[in-house]
Design a protein. Structure first.
Lengths: 113, 113
């Protein structure tokens, strides 16, 4: 069983609408959680990195939240744009070393005009 | 270069052939990672280099896979006797040290016929 589960698997929204993507993890111990955006045919690009003590972090229209007690994170996208269409991948690190990163399968977001 | 560069971007080969995939990391980045990503899945860790040595190769699926980084910069992922199941996008990422931000390349899409 994957230690990082994302939902929904895919999502279609209209341009201008908001949406929230979910990430649940069982990775332990916990060091940090990252959200990446991956456009089709491209490599992942980092959106946010949060450590245990951080509850929320924003990057423009992207806001990530973290509840380390319930082991849940969310990525909220406000005022969606067509360019937001991509896969959003949640990544949890068990240790500070990057070679212990556990990747979720991603949520495929499609923003339609 | 400005970012992580991977070549070739696409490679089609026949079952049983030998393949090399190249990764040119961001200048000065000591850490280099190889991942494999199948369609609809998140990246799967293969191997991690810190400098010239493979610090963690626990993700390599079998002995047909090998990677080198002889001068601590460019890395080559080598796949012998390719199988259809090796078809995937192979992503390379680099970073400064073992923590902090990782920067991904665009990936090399391998198709084994």
């Amino acid at each position: 069983k994957n230690q990082v589960e994302q939902s929904p698997q895919s999502l279609i929204i209209l341009e201008g609408k908001n949406c929230t993507l979910q990430c649940n993890y069982t990775v332990s111990p916990f060091s940090n959680l990252r959200w990446y955006k991956q456009d089709t045919g491209r490599g992942p690009v980092s959106l946010t990195i949060m450590t245990f003590s951080e509850n929320t972090k924003s990057n423009g229209r992207y806001t990530a939240t973290l509840d380390a007690d319930t082991k849940q994170s969310s990525l909220h996208i406000t005022a969606s744009q067509l360019s937001d269409s991509a896969s959003y991948i949640c990544v949890v690190s068990a240790r500070q070393n990057n070679n212990d990163m556990r990747f979720g399968a991603g949520t495929r977001l499609t923003v339609k005009p | 270069g400005a970012g992580v560069s991977q070549t070739p971007s696409n490679k089609v080969t026949e079952k049983g052939k030998y393949v090399e995939l190249r990764c040119d990391p961001i200048s000065g980045h000591t850490a280099l990672y190889w991942y494999r990503q199948s369609l609809g899945q998140g990246p799967e860790f293969l191997i991690y280099f810190q400098g010239t040595g493979a610090a963690d190769d626990s993700g390599l699926p079998n002995d047909r896979f090998f990677a080198v980084r002889p001068e601590g910069s460019v890395s080559t992922l080598k796949i012998q006797r390719t199988e259809r199941g090796d078809s995937a996008v192979y992503l390379c990422a680099s970073g400064q040290g073992t923590t902090g931000e990782l920067f991904f390349g665009e990936g090399s899409r391998l198709t084994v016929l």
